[in-house]
Design a protein around this ligand. Structure first.
Ligand code: MLT
Ligand code: MN
Ligand code: ZN
Length: 291
């Protein structure tokens, strides 16, 4: 299995267009600190790729990676489709940027497909441009097996009144039968249910939500009146934080989906040493993972 990390930032990216916080200002001054919206490309077969979550940066993210470039035919792309972990805008707005394709697949759970098709109206809007095939998770077929582990009922604000369903957000499980390796990708964690714990214990590589360092961060930095947990993101640090859970796993563990307020966006922050001592990594844009 081969994974390309296409982006590692939470909604807004780093820098975020309207933000002058230290993280965003630091990224303007030091371009290597920039992070595009969190996304991953997974190779499911020779010359066949799926992009996990379609971010507003998807066009640039594809251009950044020669493996994802078109050819040899004039409009031939190695990208077969998009897998969605949830229906949040930072993970779905990029679908509209793929409208030049002859067609592509979207794999997602039922509530996520309904939100994108009926609330964002991307089914109707894209139909005159491209042939989108909307498919349920798990995805079947040759090569890497793709399934979703329901994580939480957290739904996007634009669908706040939509029905309850614990498959609004999933952790993606990517399993390669050839190498018998599995990866768990969960960029949005409002909760850590028992089934997620079991999947994490079986995985070789676990990549999870690192939006906020601690629960008070959004309030302290003035971006929200809600805590991290209140915003639907388990914090990294503190009791009930994800770091203590990851530290107990035997898998290679990484954080992604960093918010621009997270101290980890500064490479000199002492928090990096804290994680390194626990054996936990922070993913970066351009990282290649071969589990
Ligand atoms: C989230 O991760 O909680 C959402 O993407 C928030 C947002 O950007 O609307
Ligand atoms: Mn997000
Ligand atoms: Zn900022």
């Amino acid at each position: 299995m081969l994974l390309l990390v296409l982006g590692t930032a939470a909604g807004g990216g780093i820098p975020q267009w309207n933000c002058a916080c230290p993280g965003c200002s630091g990224a303007r001054a030091h371009p290597r600190r920039r992070r595009r919206h969190a996304s991953l490309a997974v190779r499911t077969g020779e010359g066949r790729w799926y992009v996990v979550n379609a971010t507003p940066d998807i066009g640039d993210q594809i251009e950044d990676r020669p493996e994802l470039h078109p050819g040899p035919g004039p409009r031939q792309t190695p990208i077969a489709g998009v897998i969605l972990t949830d229906a949040e805008l930072d993970h779905t707005l990029g679908l509209a940027r793929l409208r030049e394709a002859d067609g592509f697949e979207v794999l997602a759970t039922d509530p996520v497909r309904r939100a994108v098709r009926e609330r964002l109206r991307l089914g109707e809007v894209l139909a005159p441009y491209t042939d989108v095939t909307w498919r349920e998770l798990p995805g079947h077929g040759p090569g890497v097996r793709i399934s979703g582990i329901p994580v939480s009922g957290k739904r996007p604000r634009y669908a706040a009144d939509a029905p309850d369903d614990d498959a609004w957000v999933v952790a993606l499980r990517l399993y390669d039968p050839a190498s018998r390796t599995s990866v768990l990708y969960a960029p949005a964690l409002a909760d850590w249910p028992e089934r997620l714990q079991r999947a994490a214990e079986e995985a070789d590589c676990v990549i999870v939500d690192g939006t906020f360092w601690d629960d008070e961060e959004p309030v302290r930095t003035g971006i929200s009146s809600r805590t991290a947990t209140g915003m639907g993101h388990l914090p990294i640090d503190g009791p009930g934080g994800t770091a203590e859970r990851l530290a107990r796993l035997s898998a290679r563990c990484l954080y992604t989906h960093l918010n621009n307020t997270n101290p980890l966006v500064d490479p000199a922050a002492p928090q990096h040493k804290r994680l390194a001592r626990l054996g936990i990594e922070v993913a970066y844009d351009g990282m290649v993972i071969e589990p």
